[in-house]
Design a protein around this ligand. Structure first.
Ligand code: CP
Ligand code: NVA
Length: 300
């Protein structure tokens, strides 16, 4: 069988994704029971980080260690990638030495080029366009605290960014309705909205958009690499802050997610993460369990 990669959510079928979420929940329970389970003994994950990370790095590294394997952190500062060695050459070399490669970078094409020349699975740990690993954790979290997300309404408030794009793909695969509340000029790509076959739509007014939603999610207004636009974005997004008051317009049982890191006083109010509807820290922990399920799926 040819090598499977995980560059966007659509690299897995709905069936595979649902199984993976169930497995993540099992792995979480096993972890809670302190069961030793080492299906990836002696296996090695290479991790290329061209952008900062707390959750992604630690969850992959801890996950590999818990599975009996190990992970190598690689930054462009101290590899030849940073000195211009072609992605394709790097892919051929690294994949001859490790069992899987995780990449966090800017241009999504970089992970596609890497995967094309890699003999082992490549995992997208965030690009400018997508953040599929985060969506695994978000979906796991919804299943864990509320059950099946199929047929539910989800509202994305804020930037039409990599997270929003991955939510659009999730809407297709998990079959939920997605409202996107964003200011003009910050929409996700029209082609992606079209692909969603009506499951995702832009609704400008955040109050209108969150109405009846079972999940409200947001993210920073300026993503990594957009630091210079931060001031301009702050003004454009001013009326898109998620607060307990905005959540009051959502469904009674609505929950709130944020992939973190969060900027209190910007995309969320100072108190949003402490609101009982926020599951952001469960969501963060689930990065570990969801990615262990992904590693097990790709490597066994
Ligand atoms: N949510 C997320 O990917 O966090 P990090 O940037 O800390 O990895
Ligand atoms: N949209 C954010 C997500 C960080 C996890 C970024 O790309 O910086």
């Amino acid at each position: 069988m040819s090598t499977r990669h995980f560059l966007t959510l659509t690299d897995l079928s709905t069936h595979e994704l649902r199984q993976l979420i169930q497995r993540a929940l099992e792995l979480k329970a096993m972890h809670r029971r302190r069961e030793v389970y080492e299906p990836l003994k002696n296996r090695v994950l290479g991790m290329i980080f061209e952008k900062s990370s707390t959750r992604t790095r630690v969850s992959f590294e801890a996950g590999m260690a818990q599975f009996g394997g190990s992970a190598i952190f690689l930054s462009p500062r101290d590899t030849q990638l940073g000195r211009g060695e072609p992605v394709e050459d790097t892919a051929r070399v690294l994949s001859s030495m490790v069992d899987a490669v995780m990449i966090r970078t800017f241009d999504h094409q970089m992970v596609e080029r890497f995967a094309a020349f890699s003999s082992v699975p490549v995992i997208n740990g965030l690009t400018d366009d997508y953040h599929p690993c985060q969506l695994l954790a978000d979906m796991q979290t919804f299943f864990e605290v509320r059950g099946d997300i199929q047929g539910k309404r989800v509202c994305w408030v804020g930037d039409g960014n990599n997270m929003c794009n991955s939510y659009i793909k999730a809407a297709q695969l998990f079959d939920f309705e997605l409202h996107i509340a964003c200011p003009e000029g910050y929409e996700p790509p029209a082609a992606l909205l079209e692909e969603s076959q009506g499951r995702a739509q832009v609704i400008r007014d955040p109050v209108e958009a969150v109405k009846g939603s079972h999940l409200v999610a947001t993210d920073v207004w300026a993503s990594m690499g957009q630091e210079e636009e931060a001031q301009k974005r702050m003004r454009a997004f001013a009326s898109y802050q998620v607060s307990p008051a905005l959540m009051d317009h959502a469904a009674k049982e609505a929950i709130f997610m944020h992939c973190l890191p969060a900027h209190r006083g910007e995309e969320i109010s100072m108190d949003m993460l402490d609101d009982p509807r926020s599951v952001a820290f469960i969501e963060a922990e689930n990065r570990l369990h969801a990615q262990k399920a992904l590693l097990e799926f790709l490597l066994r």
